[in-house]
Every structure is written in C-alpha cells, then in structure tokens.
Design a protein around this ligand. Sequence first.
Ligand code: ADP
Length: 369
Amino acid sequence: MKIGILGGGQLGRMFIQEALKYDDEFYVLDPNPECSCANISHFTRGDFNDYDTVLEFGQDKDVITIEIEHVNADALEFLENQGVKVVPNSKIIKIIQQKILQKKFYEENRIPSPEFEIMDGSEEEIKIQLPFVQKLNTGGYDGKGVQLIRSNEDWRNLWTQESVLENLVDIGKELSVIVAKNESGGIKTFPVTEMVADPKLNLLDFNICPGDISEETQNQIDVIANQFIHSADSPGLFAIELFLDKTGKVWVNETAPRLHNSGHQSQEGNANSQFEQFYRVVTNQPLADTDAFGFSGMLNLVGEDNFSGTVKYEGLEEVLKLPKTYVHLYGKKDTKPGRKMGHINVLADSREELMKKLIHIKSLVRVIA
Ligand code: ADP
C-alpha cells in the first residue's frame, strides 16, 4: 500500500520504523526537510496546513493518515469524498482540533470531562468560579495555550482569544489510555499508563505502565474508552488523557487522534506497541494484542535549558550499559530548551524497581549542545 502521512516528526518516524517489516511504501509531507522522517521515507516538502498541498499529496495514496492533528482537515474531507481512505476521518480530526468542539463532543456523548464555559472574546459574561483553567480554542500544544487563573490578580493575564474555561480538577493522578479501532470494527485498548509531569516544562517526564489504579478506576476508564471509541465513529488510534481526582472520579482532559507520547513504553513493554497497532489500524488488519510484560516506563529526552544548537547526548554510553534499557532518538540535529529529542524505555519486575531505574537514568543523561 501507498501510505501517506501528514507530519514528519518522531511519531511518524517510529511508526515507519515499526511498519517497515511489512511490504508498504511510506510517503511523508512536512515543511521541514530535516524532520525526523525525511531520510526514512518518500519525502515531500510542503505545508500540511495548506489545502492544495494536502490535496496534491493525498490524491495518489491508498490511505492518508496523520501524526499531528493540526492539518488541513478540509482537504482531507475533499479527499474522502474522492474515495481516498483517510484514517482517522476528517470529522473527528475537526472536532479534536478545536477545544470548544472537543468539549461539546464529550458533553453530548456523556463522556465525563471537567465542567466548562466558552469564552468567545469578551470577559464580561464569565460566570465560572475561581480557580479555573483557560485553554485556547486552537493552537495549544505541550502545555502552551493552557493557563491557570487562580485569583482576581490573574484575571489581568486572561487571554482574549476564543477559549474554553474549565473547572480546576484536584488531580490525584494523570493517566492515559490508548484505544484503537480498525475499519472492520475491531477495538483494542492498551493497559492504562500513569504520567509524572515536569511542573516547569509541562512536558511529560516519566510514563509508567501499568498505572497504579484500583479496579473501580479501571472500570471508569473502560467505560470512557468504550464510549469515546463508539462516539468517535472513525477508525483510528486515540490517546485519551485522563485525570483521576482526589475523590476517585476519572475525567477526560483531552484526546489526541493519533500516536502519543504516553504510549512510547509499549515499544518494549507490551506484546505489541502503539506503532504496530497503528499500522494495523491504517491498513485495516486484525488488531494486535496489547498485554504488558511486567512493568515498563519511559523517560523523555528533552533539550536542556540554555542549550541550543547541534545536539549532544551526554551520558548515553552509561545508559547503554544498563540491562532492559532501550534508547530511542528522533533524528533531530538541533536541540533547544524543551524540545523532545528522544526517549528511553525501561523494563522492571516491580514498580519500585522501575522508579529507581528511571530516576537513576535521569541523573545520568543530559541533552545539551
Ligand atoms: P496540552 O495538550 O497543551 O499539554 P493540557 O490540556 O494537557 O494541554 O494541559 C496541560 C496540563 O495542565 C495538564 O497535563 C494538567 O496538568 C493541567 N491541566 C489541564 N487542565 C486542567 C484542569 N481542568 N484541572 C487541573 N489541571 C489541568
């Protein structure tokens, strides 16, 4: 099959890397000729937000997919109408692209997500109680476009753009569940993972599988994943980011209609990875089993503050000496503060051992220039 991917970042790279064991051809569209996929695919330099560029790229492919959701979904809709297969479909991409539509989607489909109010530019009408979280309708990623409004003083910082104002959840744990559906209707869910975020960068730091949750929490998540995948009405692989609040209730924070950082440890930690599963989805093959092998975790390799330029991975040799430890680099030449450059996966026999290993590895390695 000729598989076209909008976006040439690390998610696309790891997908192609996994899927190359099958007999397909991979075509990538990205504006950056030095992106992670450029050297490992049939590469087209171009803007995946541009209508005509996406049309031209997509028209001779058997299937078009995405590794980033900020793409021209109108062009994808046109391609669908021309008979090109688009996975996930343009309708669900459009819903997820806009926080307001995404929140309405949860509300309409009885998927629990924090109470919210829409702010369309003027702040006079706001009824929501302090503290709350403001999320820009479009353009946010990796914690940008999200801010906490705690006090009357903070009101001065309120962004004026269209946004969602959301109740602040008293978070006990941040969890994630990845659910996949193929065109034939097969559905498979990955074991729940637990995230530990770096408060400074808002970037995922450690991701641990399986998450330490009760049966009751697992049941809530099963219901959410099931409700989401049936309501989305599209084949695809979706990462649902969740909050477990301190009273034990699970809320959906947001969903990515694609491969996700919270699934990287599945590369060595599960019977099949999210990348393998995504291949099955895109090509409509039977979905793979997702069982976890013991405990696994992932540490993001993120560009350190104050370093920009040609990347150097300090301490990587020490890491490579460790057992059940797997290094994944994304083929990015230059680092800058907060840029995701790679990750390290680790396997262990207990959660305690896993945390110890992850903390040790974090102390060994630095991403500098
Ligand atoms: P992004 O997609 O840009 O990473 P998120 O919507 O995931 O943005 O928000 C980033 C972080 O902000 C979350 O991981 C969480 O820690 C915090 N956050 C977001 N929404 C809420 C909320 N309603 N209550 C409490 N914390 C929140």
